[in-house]
Design a protein around this ligand. Structure first.
Ligand SMILES: Cc1cc2nc3c(=O)[nH]c(=O)nc-3n(C[C@H](O)[C@H](O)[C@H](O)COP(=O)(O)OP(=O)(O)OC[C@H]3O[C@@H](n4cnc5c(N)ncnc54)[C@H](O)[C@@H]3O)c2cc1C
Ligand code: SF4
Length: 362
C-alpha cells in the first residue's frame, strides 16, 4: 500500500474543510466521491476502501477518518420515519428495534450481506458507496474504464457471470453489489449530504448512476460531499408483507447474482393496494420500474400476474453469454419474492445478534 496522510477530525466543519481543500477541481469536473484518483478521501469502516488502496485500485494520498463525527445514531422523525446516521454500523441498523418493526425489508437485506464481522464494521454511508465487484476492476493488470477511464472494458468479451443484464453501456457492464441499497431503493430512502457549500437531499433513485460514457462515476455525490444521514419515509403499510430474496453462489458470504426487495401493501380483501420492487445484481444501480409495480395495484395476487410484472421489470434485459442465466434467474426471483411477500414478512433475524442468522451455519 502506498503511504498516505491521515487525520481524524473531531467535528463536521473540520472534516468538510479538509476534504474541500483537497478535492480541488474534482467538484467542478463533476467527479464523484468514489472516483479513482482523488487527493483525499473519507474513510468510515474501511472494509471496502482499504482493500482498494491495498490492491492499488484507488489512490488516496490523504485519508480523513470520519468516525468521530456525530452521525452514528438512528432517530425517529416526527412523521413516523427514521433517520439512519451515515456512521451507524450495518449490524446496529439491522438489529435496531424500530428498523425491525417498521422496515423489516431493510433489516433482512442488510443481514443477507457480508458476514457478522463485516457488518459490525461497515457503516451505512460506506455501504452506499462500496464499489463494484467486477473481477477486472480489482485486477490492475487489465483495462477497466471504471478504474482507468478510456482504457477499455475487459468484461465485454470476457468473463461475465456476475455482470449486468440491464442498463449497461458499451463502456461498462458492472453491477452494484450492495444488498442494503436494494431495500433502500424499494423504500424510497433519501440521502442527506453536506459539504462546505451547504446541505442537499438526493432521492435514492437519483443517487446511483448507470454507467453511460462515465463508468468511473458511480453516484451523483460530489467529491467534497459527505453523507450525513439516510432518511426512511414512513412505510408501515409495507411492513407486514415484504421479502428480500438473495440468490448467490453459496448460502452466505457471497454477493448477489440476483436479489429482490419486494414490498406489498395488502388490502383486507386480499388484493394488492400498492407495491414496490427493486432488483439487485442485475444493473449498475438497484433496478426499479414504477410502471411494472403499477401493474399490481388493485389486483389480486396470482403467479400469472407476478410473471407479467417480472417481464415488465426485466424488459430489455440482455445477456452476454456467461450471464444469460441471470434473465430467467431474476424473473423467477421476482415471482418468488412476491409470492413470499403476499403471505407475510418472514423475519429472518433472531432475537439477538449472537443467534443464528439466515444462511449462516451456527
Ligand atoms: C469479503 C466481503 C464481503 C462482502 N459481502 C457483501 C455482501 O454480500 N453484500 C453487501 O451489500 N456488501 C458486502 N460487502 C461490502 C460491505 O458491505 C462494504 O464494504 C461496506 O458496507 C462499506 O462500508 P465502510 O464503512 O466499511 O466503507 P469504507 O470502506 O470506509 O468506504 C467506502 C467508500 O465510501 C466512502 N465513504 C464512507 N462513508 C462516507 C460518508 N459518510 N460520506 C461520504 N463518503 C463516505 C469512502 O470514501 C469510500 O470511498 C462485503 C465486503 C467484503 C470485504
Ligand atoms: S464492466 Fe465496468 S468495472 Fe468491469 S471491466 Fe468493464 S469497465 Fe471495468
Amino acid at each position: 500500500m502506498n503511504p498516505f496522510a491521515y487525520s481524524r477530525p473531531a467535528d463536521l466543519d473540520g472534516a468538510l474543510q479538509q476534504i474541500a481543500a483537497n478535492a480541488g477541481d474534482s467538484n467542478e469536473n463533476g467527479s464523484d466521491n468514489t472516483a479513482n484518483q482523488h487527493e483525499v478521501r473519507f474513510i468510515a469502516g474501511g472494509t471496502n476502501l482499504l482493500d482498494l488502496l491495498k490492491e492499488g485500485v484507488q489512490a488516496a494520498p490523504r485519508l480523513v477518518d470520519i468516525n468521530r463525527l456525530p452521525f452514528d445514531q438512528i432517530e425517529e422523525t416526527p412523521d413516523g420515519g427514521l433517520l439512519l446516521g451515515a456512521l451507524a454500523r450495518n449490524a446496529d441498523t439491522a438489529y435496531h428495534p424500530l428498523v425491525k418493526e417498521r422496515y423489516p425489508l431493510l433489516a433482512d437485506a442488510i443481514l443477507a450481506g457480508a458476514s457478522p464481522q463485516l457488518r459490525n464494521m461497515a457503516s451505512n454511508g460506506g455501504n452506499l458507496l462500496q464499489r463494484t465487484r467486477c473481477y477486472y476492476f480489482y485486477d490492475v493488470a487489465t483495462p477497466c474504464n471504471k478504474r482507468t477511464p478510456g482504457s477499455g472494458c475487459s468484461a465485454i468479451g470476457g468473463v461475465t457471470r456476475q455482470h449486468a443484464i440491464l442498463g449497461t453501456s458499451e463502456h461498462c457492464i458492472a453491477t452494484h453489489p450492495s444488498d442494503m441499497c436494494v431495500a433502500l431503493a424499494a423504500l424510497e430512502a433519501v440521502v442527506h449530504v453536506q459539504s462546505v457549500r451547504g446541505k442537499r437531499e438526493i432521492a435514492f433513485a437519483d443517487f446511483h448512476r448507470l454507467p453511460g460514457d462515465r463508468p468511473d462515476r458511480d453516484t451523483t455525490l460530489a467529491a467534497d460531499e459527505l453523507i450525513t444521514h439516510i432518511a426512511l419515509p414512513p412505510a408501515t403499510q409495507f411492513a407486514g408483507h415484504s421479502a428480500y430474496l438473495k440468490l448467490r453462489e453459496r448460502l452466505s458470504y457471497a454477493f448477489a447474482l440476483s436479489s429482490v426487495a419486494a414490498a406489498l401493501d395488502m388490502g383486507e380483501d386480499g388484493s394488492i393496494r400498492a407495491a414496490r420492487i427493486a432488483v439487485g445484481g442485475v444493473a449498475h444501480k438497484p433496478w426499479r420500474k414504477p410502471e411494472a409495480e403499477a401493474l399490481l395495484a388493485g389486483e389480486r395476487p396470482s403467479d400469472e400476474l407476478f410473471g407479467r410484472v417480472a417481464d415488465a421489470l426485466l424488459a430489455g434485459a440482455v445477456g452476454r453469454g456467461a450471464n444469460d442465466f441471470k434473465i430467467p434467474l431474476a424473473r423467477n426471483a421476482i415471482v418468488r419474492a412476491l409470492q413470499v411477500a403476499v403471505h407475510g414478512t418472514v423475519k429472518n433475524w433472531s432475537a439477538t445478534p449472537d443467534d443464528t442468522e439466515q444462511g449462516e451455519t451456527p
